[in-house]
Design a protein around this ligand. Sequence first.
Ligand SMILES: *Cc1c(COP(=O)(O)O)cnc(C)c1O
Length: 382
Amino acid sequence: MSYGFTSKCLYGDDTDDEGGCDCSGAVVFPVYQSATFTHPELGRSTGYDYSRAQNPTRDHLEKIVSTLEDGAGAIAMASGMAAISAVMELFHAGDHIITDIDLYGGSIRLFDEIGVKNGLTFSHIDCSQDDAEAYMTEQTKAVYIESPTNPMMHIVDIRKMAEIAHRHNLLLIVDNTFLSPYFQKPLLLGADLVIHSATKYLAGHNDTLAGIVVASTKELNDKLHMIAMTTGGILSPFDSFLVTRGIQTLPIRMEKAQENARALVKWLENCKSVTRVFYPGRKESKGYEITVRQTSGFGAMISFEVDRKERVSEILNKVRLIHFAESLGGVETLITYPIRQTHASVPQEILDRTGLTDRILRLSVGIEDIQDLLNEFERIFA
Ligand SMILES: *Cc1c(COP(=O)(O)O)cnc(C)c1O
């Protein structure tokens, strides 16, 4: 019998054969800080040859995340961008990929600067409302989305997009960083690949960079392992250990952060200087019904628009408890100015279409005492 989600965060799937060679009884899976592994004799391997190819600590993490996403296997890479780059290696010059317009800025940069250089072509569309089928050609090989999107919180109907993609033999790739498998499991909705910047909720403590790709089939997983081993951007043993440790508290961190986020959304909705609040859990928000159908929670990412541009610098200069910093998904509450930070490299034409303006700020809500966060809000908006 399979474990529940929270137990899986601690132990992986109970049907997993740990395969470790530790006989000390250590409760914590060891950090195998070894570049290479001894062969018992010619023609025999322990399963581990060289740490770029396989490492027990990284394997352990890959198994856990694959289990949490209900996948067939995973690769753990040195960052989210290394994970997305590995996925791009599945494609060939001439291939066409449809992507959402509202994505992590670094992903758009990877597609438009590196992907295009390598002969790929892209159509950036609003997957929450545009007809993706109208953009598909003979060369189209994949659809790449996030939901909720970053930072505008558009919701893409993942199940519907998977149906459309599969009708045309395309892969559906979902960056699931914002909700984590605790709130959303894209593979169960029909996606073929799930990507994580594990730097964010999976690691959860703003202390590690990591990326994960979970595959729905063994075939895709084998290809990705070949790519990871060959291109070499794999996650180190120690960082694998840190992500594994972070995942142990994923459910309780997600719950607490979401609880705080709901309270802050309510506060922002009543704040006179705030003109719009973007949060998937607002009943008024577009895509609310889809969110409720495809997720088990709304997460802890909030974007909001202030009444005038000068207020942005006022807020950012006043924060004390909240950190003015890029990134998200950690225990600390961070505030980001997307247009100058995460989305600084996104072309103006795309910003015009997503609606990201210089009055929009993004919050990654942490697990502080809610009263301290509310006090901070009272002070920075005063
Ligand atoms: C941060 C982020 C990435 C990139 O991950 P890194 O670990 O910083 O390389 C990709 N997608 C999303 C949604 C992110 O938030």
